[in-house]
Design a protein around this ligand. Structure first.
Ligand SMILES: C[S@@+](CC[C@H](N)C(=O)[O-])C[C@H]1O[C@@H](n2cnc3c(N)ncnc32)[C@H](O)[C@@H]1O
Length: 311
């Protein structure tokens, strides 16, 4: 019997809320790949901060290892049990790696997973498995179902920035039908999957974190949009190809980099989120002045906008 995880109002976000960056994302390794089946709200996570470059995270063969969230120059290694001694032992055989900090936190204190279903416009977000959901209006053709298993990765759908982007996608696809879309910082892949399920034929999703890429690929498969969505590891900003729709739910630093390198006027639509309104107001002047803000939502202080570029 699958135990469904808790839900709540606010997702604690590493990069966004000043919490340790470990909270941003990571991926469960086997046998915890379908983490929702084994991880419960009260499950303790043991997180070790290691300074230095880990060449191959898969070489970490320590019991309870779940995944790594690299945040250079640090790594945040997630475990299901305390393994400090074993980790020290492993580190002693590696070059230039140093244990710099450790944390322990309940899974439920930092990650939210949709327990039953969560609705944003036409989107219904469901856990990646449905057997214990009970009666569900899965055959309502006016709705779009997104099966998302976030594991440790950002993008369960509950955070105001993610739901803001989904609301923007919902509005946008009621007036237009972009044929191509790019999602920079895809996390679980939720926005890319939403675009694909709304009819976009070619969606490219990027994430710099290989663990997020794996999670997004899993969710893409789960939603049967593999023919439409391509998930790529990398900084979408450096090699960005043109598309009709650009989505990015990124932190302020990445937003600044993106604005410096990419002319948003070249995209018919851009959906932008990832910042508190107050912070966004301070840097909104970086956007081209002739870009039209077509849609805007502020949810719990987080702003999402949809801007219109070329007709
Ligand atoms: C806030 S999460 C957004 C996840 C998902 N798109 C959503 O809306 O819930 C940001 C993601 O962007 C990734 N990221 C940050 N900077 C990036 C960049 N320059 N290129 C690609 N991915 C990036 C992070 O690894 C993280 O998974």
């Amino acid at each position: 019997m699958v135990e469904i995880l808790f839900t709540g109002d606010d997702l604690a976000l590493g990069a966004f809320a000043g919490m340790p960056p470990v909270q941003a994302t990571a991926r469960w390794r086997q046998p915890y790949r379908e983490s929702s089946e084994v991880i419960q709200q009260s499950t303790k996570l043991y997180i070790y901060e290691v300074k230095g470059f880990i060449k191959d995270c898969r070489s970490i063969k320590i019991r309870g290892y779940l995944g790594n969230w690299p945040e250079p120059p640090y790594n945040y290694l997630f475990f299901l049990e305390p393994v400090k001694d074993d980790l020290r032992d492993w580190l002693s055989k590696q070059e230039n790696l140093e244990l710099t900090n450790e944390f322990s936190i309940d899974y439920g204190d930092w990650q939210q997973v949709v327990r039953r279903k969560h609705r944003v416009g036409r989107f219904v977000i469901l856990p990646g498995f449905t057997e214990s959901l009970g009666p569900c209006d899965l055959d309502d053709e006016s709705l779009v179902y997104l099966y998302i298993t976030p594991c440790l990765v950002f993008g369960s759908g509950l955070h105001p920035t993610t739901s803001g982007c989904l609301a923007a996608i919902d509005h946008l696809y009621s007036v237009d039908a972009p044929e191509t879309a790019t999602d920079i910082g895809t996390g679980t892949g939720i926005l890319a999957i939403a675009c694909a399920k709304c009819g976009t034929k070619n969606v490219v999703a990027y994430d710099i974190n290989p663990l997020a890429v794996e999670c997004a690929k899993d969710n893409v498969r789960r939603n049967k949009v593999n023919d439409t969505v391509t998930v790529k590891e990398g900084d979408g900003i450096s090699n960005l190809e043109r598309s009709e729709l650009l989505c990015f739910n990124l932190d302020e630093k990445s937003f600044r980099r993106l604005i410096e390198r990419i002319d948003l006027r070249e995209f018919r639509w851009s959906i932008i989120s990832g910042m508190l309104e107050k912070r966004f107001e301070r840097i909104a002047h970086l956007l081209p002045s002739d870009l039209k803000i077509w849609w805007k939502q502020v949810n719990k202080g987080w702003i999402t906008i949809c801007v219109q570029g070329q007709e």
